[in-house]
Ligand binder design. Sequence first.
Ligand SMILES: C[S@@+](CC[C@H](N)C(=O)[O-])C[C@H]1O[C@@H](n2cnc3c(N)ncnc32)[C@H](O)[C@@H]1O
Length: 345
Amino acid sequence: MIDAIWRDRLDAVALASGLATSDHPRLATWVRDLSDQYNRAAFPVRWTPERIAARLHFFLPRDAMKVATALRDVPLPAGDGPVEVHDVGAGIGASALGVVLGLRARGLSRPMRLQLSDTHAAPLDLAGRVLRGLPGVELDTKLSRPEIVVYSNVLAEVDHGRPEPARIEAHARMLRAQAAGLVLVVEPALRDCARRLQAVRDRLVAAGVPVLAPCTHDAPCPMLRRDTDWCHDDLPVDLPPWLHPVARAAGLRWQGLTYARLVLGEAPAPRPAFRVVAPPRDSRGRKERLLCGSLDGDVLTWVDRLDKHASQQNGAWDDLARGDGLDLSPAERRVGRETVVTRTG
Ligand SMILES: C[S@@+](CC[C@H](N)C(=O)[O-])C[C@H]1O[C@@H](n2cnc3c(N)ncnc32)[C@H](O)[C@@H]1O
């Protein structure tokens, strides 16, 4: 999705901006430092050239992949003119790049017009350098009615320090005020960020806003019942090999892609019947998945399949990852030999 040519592109952006290139011996230290800031929610981050270089050479490609995969199963914008996208809190452009990559990966060939905004304007110059020159992509300062609005790794910073209930209300109001075909929110897969997003989702559902993903129903979020749960994706998508050395040296993972997401639409759209919301549990002779979706009067159920019942129809059960959507026919607590399991994204 984001091949090695991007290392050269980002190095060219770094050189043009007076920043260190990706072969700098201290890059991994800077990546580690910035990761610690994010994990401690030490906002606002004080931006130094070293941290900006870390963002450019590591977080940008990684976070672009998160945004791109978060679009894997949502309805594509219809029409034939340019797709208009507003990236709120665009930073140095990772999220806008992710939308471009995600829509292209879905086969959308329409041109794209991007608006980037941020309360902190300095990084937007860098974003322009990252995005300018992408085929079929134009940067625009103001769009009248974007089809897609994206907030990626932004809510973690918005209203930081306010009491949690007020913050949840404010985020719900802010997202609800967006008039767009699709509003995509991506947040770190951290407990507090994900649970806040789930609470925002409950407010929006109560206000009648159509939620397209990750939810499979409009009942209160069952992943809020226990403090120890948080809804997030953990996709078996590794970072590209050229990012492995810096990830390894910084003590960060390159295997798998984790994030919490929320996708809002203007109108309801078909959703999968179930989504996997916990790590798969495989034991001797049995594979269990915790599914969010209506089954036997609840919306959170462990469903299993005995290995002796594995068949061609239910083969998709083996490889389901946390975050995958699926349909089950018939929908029962135990997947049988005849049950058809269809992964939907
Ligand atoms: C961690 S960066 C994320 C950048 C980019 N979206 C990404 O995914 O990599 C968060 C950005 O949100 C911006 N931000 C914080 N509060 C904001 C607000 N209320 N409105 C717009 N941008 C905001 C910050 O200035 C920062 O550039």
